[in-house]
Design a protein around this ligand. Structure first.
Ligand SMILES: *Cc1c(COP(=O)(O)O)cnc(C)c1O
Length: 389
């Protein structure tokens, strides 16, 4: 079939059989290499979305592919009633890079946050959480309770028990909001879906102190900011603040569905208190180990830090008069414009760049951590050139 017909058939089948939750772009990809995706027409795109911060090691990464192939031939899934070699190795590595003690494996970011809140409830015997305005923690009934955007939350109320939402970046607001039933605080060290909002230097430290003083469990949701994205293994490392629980997903499994919870010493689920059929399968853990090894061996954290800097310098020299602010840490970058800019996504596709607009007026860049200068140059050129038509 010619690409034109394939595209038409895929769109028809999708609209007939798939629930229309996503508002898809009329693009079908056949593959990619490093930071470049190729569609079925053979057109190339510089990918500044990475499957939403998932494809950190880039497309067609040979080490990742081999790890998945080799593990698939050995053993794909085994019940968690038995020991599993890739799982213990991935847990050891995750404990090492997070600086936390124990790991629970699950299958997505929302699930990791659900589990983190269950763990905080178990440990404190309390029920409510404090979250922040514009926070995004996922779409399950539990994680929605900590997600601020009423567009996601309102159709499903009553939820188990929605969090109390306070201003992001204001630690005192947490102190004011807590009560005798508060189990913990959940926040993203950089808000992703909320518009790439970076917390100020003191915020996380102050939140840590408030949690210590009031025996609250501090949960950092690093689902988007983890695995080198911000130029450190985890965003918290920029601030030298350790949470009680860290949640991870997105890049952790190299594109296989995977999430994880890491918790400090003395904070753990015990036998029967939590579980999931697929969590920590040999296949996803083998992929995760390959991702973590690649990040180290190919110095992708260093590249994320350097390329993030490079992007920011170039973006700041752009000639546009509609910019409110340009902010970023490593390869998590937001360009806030003074107007709704959803049209940027289609205009950029025309010019061979994939990017995302979040919070209505923030262009968000989340390229693979392997991106190079020439690609960044082209991305900035494209962003500079797009005007509201
Ligand atoms: C994407 C995301 C989630 C949800 O992860 P899913 O795997 O889609 O459930 C949670 N928190 C943050 C910060 C995210 O970016």
């Amino acid at each position: 079939m010619d690409p034109e017909s394939i595209l038409k058939t895929v769109i028809e089948k999708d609209s007939k059989y798939v629930m229309p939750t996503y508002g898809r772009k009329p693009l079908v990809f056949k593959g990619g290499k490093n930071s470049t995706l190729i569609d079925i027409f053979g057109k190339e795109y510089i990918d500044c979305l990475s499957g939403i911060a998932v494809n950190a090691t880039g497309y067609s990464n040979q080490k990742l592919i081999r790890a998945i192939q080799e593990q698939a031939e050995q053993l794909i899934h085994i019940s968690n009633y038995y020991y599993n070699i890739p799982q213990v190795n991935a847990a050891e590595k995750l404990a090492q890079i997070t600086g936390l003690s124990k790991i629970f494996f699950c299958n997505s970011g929302a699930e990791a946050n659900d589990g983190a809140m269950k763990l905080a409830k178990l440990h404190t015997k309390k029920n409510s959480f404090i979250s922040t305005n514009n926070a995004f923690h996922g779409r399950t009934i539990g994680s929605l309770g900590a997600t601020a955007n009423i567009k996601y939350r309102d159709p499903f109320v009553p939820l188990v028990k929605p969090a109390t939402f306070v201003e992001y970046g204001n630690a005192q607001a947490i102190e004011k909001a807590l009560d005798s039933d508060t189990a913990g605080v959940i926040l993203e060290p950089i808000q992703g879906e909320g518009g790439v909002r970076i917390s100020n230097k003191e915020y996380l430290k102050e939140v840590r102190e408030i949690c210590d003083q009031n025996d609250l469990i501090l949960i950092f949701d690093e689902v988007q900011t983890g695995f080198g994205r911000t130029g450190k293994w985890f965003c918290k490392d920029h601030y030298a603040v350790q949470p009680d629980i860290l949640t991870m997903a997105k890049a952790i499994g190299g594109g296989l569905p995977m999430g994880a919870i890491a918790a400090r010493d003395g904070l753990s689920f015990e036998k029967g208190e939590h579980g999931t059929t697929f969590g920590g399968s040999p296949l996803v853990c083998a992929a995760s180990l390959a991702v973590m090894e690649t990040i180290e061996e190919d110095k992708l954290i260093e590249n994320a830090a350097a390329m993030g800097q490079y992007f920011l310098e170039k973006l700041n020299r752009m000639k546009r008069d509609d910019i409110v602010s340009i902010r970023g840490m490593g390869l998590m970058i937001g360009i806030e414009l003074d107007h709704e800019c959803g049209y940027f996504m289609d205009a950029a596709i025309e010019k061979g760049v994939l990017l995302n607009v979040t919070a209505g007026n923030v262009i968000r860049l989340l390229p693979p951590l392997v991106i190079q200068k020439e690609e960044a140059d082209r991305v900035v050129e494209v962003i500079e050139s797009i005007r509201k038509s």
